[in-house]
Design a protein around this ligand. Structure first.
Ligand SMILES: Nc1ncnc2c1ncn2[C@@H]1O[C@H](COP(=O)(O)OP(=O)(O)O)[C@@H](O)[C@H]1O
Ligand SMILES: N[C@@H](CCC(=O)OP(=O)(O)O)C(=O)O
Length: 372
């Protein structure tokens, strides 16, 4: 397929039912087909991150004698055993396409902490820049909510958080069902596929039933909640069947054989969020050159900084102040106030030499900047 990619950065969530083909074991034929499609999409110029489930299923395969245990600590054991098996399969399958994989185990708590959020973001962005495929799963050994039955929060919501984290254009949730139906198609033969959802209303949420089988965790409701979170930040969301031929490739070039949830806002929604009542910790005074750069939505580099005021930490929100004293906007800083004080006015190349470490060239990345 040689069409132009429609989405530059795609987060692809692969559910347990899809990866096991409903058998309770990892289905390597299914996985190999999905991996080949991800490799093809990357060759076409898109970037991709995989959020995968399947660790518990893979653990059950290894520890089959203990299958009957149902308690949470035991599921955590299964996830710990299965995660390495799962990665091993991905590693082998991607290697056949000359692609390297990186494992990232995250918890929602990690991401709700600002510096954890920034660290995860910077690492995932750097992994993608290198052309490596990040394979994300929830860190089930510490995250209990994820695998507790009938509880909101699972890899569907994790995938939406990852999509927001890396500013994805598309969150593609692949399951064993073609998309959102008017009712659970497993139990209602009259159920019809909904091709486009313009807005997630209470009526849409009411259509969702539980998981399709004992292996799946959340069913359709967690997928709709994930779609709500991602579309609110300007991300397109598509739920489709991972079993359809070349589904990832079709979707990457603009097809939609499933349900397309349209983005509710465009990237500056993140900026609106930034200025919407969150407390700021300090002020960064910048020069005329930096004012021009910031007004054009470029990142703020140390060279343009004249002074810092207040005590703030990496991950805090600060006010940007022009030479005339007016407030230009807000941004999330990548460095503490004391660090910025040491590197202000310097070229970015000098950061590591001056501080002994570097969190990157930008004091405030343009994606974390809101100009008023
Ligand atoms: N309205 C609906 N439309 C589509 N699928 C639904 C709906 N309500 C419930 N489902 C069920 O959700 C299942 C997918 O969720 P789940 O089993 O958690 O999959 P995964 O393991 O891919 O996350 C489908 O197999 C289907 O039985
Ligand atoms: N972290 C768990 C996944 C739990 C989960 O969300 O599963 P699913 O509903 O199939 O996406 C695992 O790897 O088994």
């Amino acid at each position: 397929m040689n069409e132009k990619p429609q989405y530059r950065r795609i987060v692809i969530k692969l559910g347990t039912n899809l990866l096991t083909g409903g058998t309770g074991k990892l289905d390597q034929t299914v996985m190999s087909g999905l991996v080949a499609q991800v490799a093809a999409v990357i060759r076409q110029g898109s970037q991709a991150i995989i959020v995968t489930s399947g660790a518990i299923a893979a653990g059950k395969e290894k520890l089959s004698a203990y299958k009957k245990h149902r308690d949470i600590p035991y599921k955590q054991v299964l996830a710990a055993v299965g995660q390495s098996r799962l990665m091993n399969v991905y590693e082998g399958l991607f290697a056949a396409h000359d692609l390297t994989v990186a494992q990232a185990l995250l918890t929602r708590t990690d991401l709700s902490d600002r510096s954890g959020y920034l660290n995860a973001r910077n690492t995932l962005l750097a992994i993608m820049e290198l052309g490596v495929i990040a394979i994300v799963n929830e860190n089930d050994v510490v995250a209990v909510d994820e695998i507790q039955e009938a509880k909101f929060g699972d890899n569907d919501s994790l995938s939406a958080m990852v999509a927001n984290l890396v500013d994805a254009d598309l969150l593609l949730i692949l399951s064993d069902v073609n998309g959102l139906y008017t009712a659970n198609p497993r139990t209602d033969p009259e159920a019809r596929l909904i091709p486009v959802v313009e807005r997630i209303t209470a009526e849409i949420e009411a259509l969702a039933g539980g998981a399709g089988s004992a292996a799946g965790t959340g069913g359709m409701i967690t997928k709709i909640e994930a779609a709500k979170l991602a579309t609110a930040s300007g991300v397109h969301v598509i739920i489709a069947s991972g079993r359809l031929d070349k589904v990832i490739e079709q979707i990457a070039v603009g097809g939609c054989p499933g349900t397309h949830f349209l983005p509710q806002a465009f990237p500056d929604a993140r900026h609106r969020w930034l200025v919407s009542g969150l407390s700021t910790r300090g002020r960064v005074l910048i020069d005329e050159g930096a004012v021009r750069a910031v007004m054009k939505c470029s990142s703020l580099l140390p060279a343009g900084i004249k002074a810092v005021e207040g005590v703030f930490k990496r991950g805090d929100i600060v006010r940007l102040i022009s030479p005339g004293g007016s407030q230009l906007g807000f941004g999330i800083v990548n460095y503490d106030a004391a660090e910025i004080d040491k590197i202000k006015g310097l070229h970015s190349d000098a950061i590591a030499g001056k501080l002994g470490h570097s969190y990157g060239d930008e004091i405030i990345h343009r994606n974390n900047l809101a100009v008023c």
